[in-house]
Design a protein around this ligand. Structure first.
Ligand code: NDP
Ligand SMILES: CCCCCC/C=C/C(=O)O
Length: 498
């Protein structure tokens, strides 16, 4: 466990930070070709932190050309996997050495609490990079069954030049989920961070250079979605895009690919994740603690947040009492104060979006206060047709729906366009397994919420996901393609002559 500092000590670190402001292309920081910049703002204070290069299509063309050169000459893609492993492990070690600075930068840029940045975002990013690095020289190619006259090898090759389009909710961690397997596989990457949170990706690219990852292999282009994301999605020389963000933007990437070079697309998108609590659930206090953590951790700015509580009516009142008691233990305020568990939402626009779900008369069971970018953990009682029960709010808001039976709970859980995560709390093993199978979601947890690990695939069913999985050995499938190589072994003297 990291030793946390005092607020004053974090503020002193924040004051001394040297923030990256330029794009990172071909091993060097550069201004945008147009010279344009945008303001990077601390959402907790409104302070302008830095003016960052606002890249556009010209920068994308330049970066793709450099990434292509790097890929084709093999300076990274054709290294022995163990050499890529060593470089990625050096990067993870450099991150560890700079962990505190990265945690403070992440907190300032995103509004996330320093507690989470220190204990989850930074250490999990380091762990993720190390895990994929350690994996890469342990993956074997295959030989297919064939006659004695042939050998058929099935080999994995890196996909090539890859665009990684990132969200703002876990800037470092989502970067690691993608660069870990992509760089380990030998791809060259062009990272497009969300405009709200570009700082740590730029700093990581600098550390990657220091770790010996060759120029042109790890590029970062800050800028807007329409200016950088779309040109990447439409580029004829980008082989693949891996995207995390909203379903609406994910859908656009499928169009970009269809209208350009049919590049591969993987999409990790939104969720409206149900936590089902049945009448026979044991230890309601523990259940409540899981649900509070699932709903309010990271201010609910989490695609796998427990945003819908589907509770059987026999335990509803007792559970809600306990949820409210646990949620009161989540202090909200200055993200750089290590006692706080709830920080600021990422931007004024997102704050306004979350606040819009607190209006229009939902029954507020707890919370509901919202001011200057901060929204209190809130519990709403809603009808299944209410927008709070159907739409992804992406804030610290839990919508409660009451049901009479197991079957009704499962039907309601599946009554959504999303299918990312779900949980079911019950003491009955048969109902737990039947429920886990019946819910259409990429991850289902039983008697807990949000169990996840770098070793297990993460991704969604339905409109939550498309084309691949992050995490686990399965993530490498995204960034490699299979090639079959047939070799004729027949002895010339035996060859049939037609
Ligand atoms: N699954 C998840 O983890 C996430 C889900 N969301 C959901 O999406 C909602 C909206 O958040 P938002 O930030 O707008 O999410 P987006 O999906 O719009 O943003 C994700 C990434 O896509 C980029 N992007 C945006 N528009 C385009 C475009 N037209 N073409 C190419 N790339 C584009 C963004 O760039 P930029 O923002 O810099 O313009 C960002 O880098 C949230 O309220 C939440 O419900 C949001 C983030 C993460
Ligand atoms: C330490 C595990 C953090 C998991 C967060 C997953 C969120 C993904 C997303 O919002 O896209």
């Amino acid at each position: 466990m990291t030793d946390l500092l005092t607020t004053e000590e974090y503020k002193a670190i924040a004051k001394g930070l040297s923030l990256p402001t330029q794009a990172f292309i071909d091993g060097a920081f550069r201004p945008a070709i147009s010279g344009a910049t945008f303001d990077s703002i601390n959402p907790a204070t409104g302070e302008v932190l830095a003016q960052i290069a606002a890249c556009d299509g010209a920068d994308v063309d330049f970066a793709v050309q450099k990434a292509r050169d790097a890929f084709e000459d093999g300076r990274w893609s054709r290294l022995h996997p163990s050499e890529r492993k060593e470089a990625l492990i050096r990067l993870a070690k450099l991150m560890k050495r700079n962990a505190r600075e990265l945690a403070v930068m992440e907190s300032l840029d995103s509004g996330k609490t320093i507690y989470d940045c220190e204990t989850v975002d930074v250490p999990e990013t380091i762990h993720c990079l190390t895990w994929h690095a350690e994996l890469i020289d342990k993956i074997y190619d295959q030989v297919a069954p064939a006659s004695d006259d042939h050998i058929a090898m099935i080999v994995r090759e890196p996909v090539g030049v890859v665009g990684l389009v990132l969200p703002w909710n876990f800037p470092l961690l989502m970067l690691a989920w993608k660069i870990g397997p992509a760089l380990a596989a030998g791809c060259s990457v062009i990272v497009k961070p969300a405009q709200e949170t570009s700082l740590t990706a730029l700093r990581l690219a600098e550390l990657a250079m220091e770790a010996g990852i060759p120029s042109g292999v790890f590029n970062v282009l800050p800028g807007g979605g329409a200016d950088v994301g779309e040109p990447l999605g439409r580029h004829m020389d980008v082989d693949m895009v891996s995207f995390t963000g909203s379903t609406a933007t994910g859908r656009r990437f499928l169009s970009y690919a269809g209208e350009s070079n049919l590049k591969e697309i993987t999409l990790e998108m939104g969720g409206k994740n149900p936590a089902i609590v049945l009448d026979d659930a044991e230890n309601l206090d523990r259940v409540a603690a899981h649900i509070v953590n699932g709903a309010f951790w990271n201010m609910g700015e989490n695609c796998s947040a427990a945003s819908r509580l589907i509770v059987q009516k026999g335990v509803k009142d007792a559970l809600i009492d306990r949820i409210i008691a646990h949620a009161r233990e989540w202090p909200m305020g200055d993200p750089l104060d290590p006692v706080n568990r709830v920080g600021a939402l990422v931007s004024p626009a997102h704050f306004a979006k979350v606040c819009s779900y607190l209006e229009d008369g939902p029954k507020i069971l707890m919370g509901g206060a919202a001011e200057n970018g901060f929204v209190e953990p809130t519990v709403l009682e809603v009808d299944q047709n209410a927008k709070q029960a159907r739409e992804e709010i992406f804030g610290p808001v839990l919508s409660v729906l009451t049901v009479d039976s197991f079957d009704q709970a499962i039907a309601l859980a599946n009554n959504t366009e999303y299918g990312l995560a779900a949980s079911i709390f019950t003491a009955n093993v048969k109902r737990a397994i039947r429920g886990a199978r019946a819910v259409r979601a990429g991850t289902v947890t039983v008697n807990s919420f949000g169990e996840g690990d770098i070793s297990t695939p993460f991704g969604g069913f339905k409109q939550s996901g498309f084309g691949g999985r992050d995490n686990g050995i399965h993530a490498h499938d995204q960034y490699t393609q299979l090639k079959t190589i047939w070799v004729d072994l027949s002895d010339d003297s035996d060859e049939a002559v037609d």
